[in-house]
Design a protein around this ligand. Structure first.
Ligand SMILES: Cc1cc2nc3c(=O)[nH]c(=O)nc-3n(C[C@H](O)[C@H](O)[C@H](O)COP(=O)(O)OP(=O)(O)OC[C@H]3O[C@@H](n4cnc5c(N)ncnc54)[C@H](O)[C@@H]3O)c2cc1C
Length: 393
């Protein structure tokens, strides 16, 4: 089966679906090819913190209604270290900006619903995806769907297929440079049924390692512990998990997390990765297919949204007759923001994690940095403006 569209999009994550939606708003047709089912993408709990700019973008393009109703505005974060807790306020440091906790799968539900209501061509459950001719004028994407071999020819291909997709691998070696940093620790994440332990996220440095208290809804909480990358989730009983959280999160005034049944455990590796440039010929990468950030800065989903915004704008300029200069500058423009988010995520990670072999000197210096960040207006402002998100310009 052969068909044609203007922009062929691989991957129905935040980058691919938002790009498809933004293109539709500009009258540009796209086809989205996704290897998982709709139920799978709408049911996988991942990120949850939306920057102010992401919220504003979603709202501007008609996706803000449920987000405004069901999302939780957070005006700050809590930094816990050495048994004490200090708060960094966002609105007062950033001219009124904040973040919104609204899970990624809810963003995806809103996007799928909107795309289908607009009559979009979303194909779930495809496999054997491969790209053809991205360095020529007429690229194509081959795939199998419902047992049939298919090919969609297009003007451009958007590679929005995440870290393990096929699009990045389709760029011949030597054309783009992968830059990477891996960290000597991982995050052990749990999802539990419990009320929120705290009205705001708690980022905690403890001598035994980092801990994060986050939330996904009034009844589902997301919590993380720094662990060794070789750690296996199955070796952690619920009792051991709660005991470790109580130890790391303990305060001088007896604070303890609200406990409940744990229904999901996962060990997530930590790495920083960027591919430069994010484009080759008529293939443009967006989101995790081009870059990965350690989750400490809550930036992955937000970078997927800003890439979609930049790429959507450049494609719209091309179809309006503005030529290809905006498309040629896409990578440079997106990477300027990506690198600032990489820097921030790396800094938060270094400040809040224990490094192997890290001695008491290192720990005392980290405590001093947290003390400084939460007592100096200039330092707190720098954290706040990066956390709520730098402008998409
Ligand atoms: C456990 C976990 C927790 C996280 N927590 C946070 C957080 O708190 N804050 C934050 O900002 N970020 C977080 N992230 C990162 C964030 O979820 C990602 O950065 C974000 O999903 C990137 O969106 P994307 O659209 O680029 O890629 P993805 O969401 O990965 O979407 C890519 C899509 O492409 C599909 N695909 C892959 N290969 C193919 C193929 N060959 N053919 C067709 N389709 C394909 C995939 O099935 C997927 O649906 C977390 C990630 C994980 C795993």
């Amino acid at each position: 089966m052969k068909h044609r569209t203007q922009v062929g999009i691989v991957g129905a994550g935040p980058a691919g679906l938002l790009l498809s939606h933004l293109l539709h708003k500009q009258g540009i047709e796209s086809v989205v090819l996704e290897c998982r089912t709709r139920e799978q993408i709408e049911g996988t709990i991942r990120a949850g913190v939306l920057e102010q700019g992401t919220v504003d973008l979603l709202t501007r393009v008609g996706l803000g209604e449920r987000l405004a109703r069901e999302g939780f505005a957070h005006d700050g974060i809590l930094l816990r270290f050495h048994g004490r807790t200090r708060r960094v306020d966002f609105p007062s440091q950033t001219g009124g900006k904040r973040v919104t906790v609204y899970p990624q799968h809810e963003v995806l539900r809103d996007l799928v619903k909107a795309r289908l209501a607009d009559g979009a061509d979303l194909r779930f459950g495809v496999n054997a995806v491969s790209l053809r001719g991205v360095d020529g004028e007429r690229p194509a994407i081959r795939y199998r769907h419902d047992g049939e071999d298919c090919e969609v020819s297009c003007d451009f291909v958007a590679g929005c297929d995440g870290t393990h997709g096929v699009c990045r691998a389709s760029i011949p070696s030597g054309i783009a440079t992968p830059l990477e940093r891996t960290y000597p620790f991982a995050w052990f994440g749990v999802l539990c049924e419990a009320p929120p332990s705290s009205p705001e996220l708690i980022y905690c440095l403890h001598e035994r390692g980092f801990a994060l208290v986050s939330t996904r809804s009034p009844t589902v909480q997301r919590m993380y512990l720094q662990v060794d990358p070789e750690e296996r989730a199955c070796d952690w009983s619920d009792d051991r998990i709660w005991s470790e959280f109580r130890t790391r999160l303990a305060t001088d005034d007896g604070w303890a997390p609200k406990e409940g049944p744990i229904f999901h455990k996962v060990v997530v590796g930590m790495r920083s990765f960027v591919l430069e440039p994010m484009q080759h010929g008529r293939l443009f990468l967006a989101g995790d297919s081009a870059h990965v950030v350690p989750p400490t800065g809550a930036k992955g989903l937000n970078l997927a949204a800003s890439d979609a915004y930049y790429l959507g704008g450049a494609l719209a300029a091309f179809y309006r007759g503005g030529g290809s200069s905006a498309l040629e500058r896409y990578s440079e423009r997106a990477l300027a923001r990506v690198w600032k988010a990489q820097r921030f995520s790396m800094w938060m990670t270094s400040m809040l994690h224990r490094f192997p072999g890290g001695d008491r000197f290192q720990y005392r210096a980290q405590v001093a940095e947290l003390d400084y960040v939460t007592s100096s207006k200039a330092a707190a402002t720098a954290l706040a403006e990066n956390y709520v998100g730098l402008p998409m310009n």
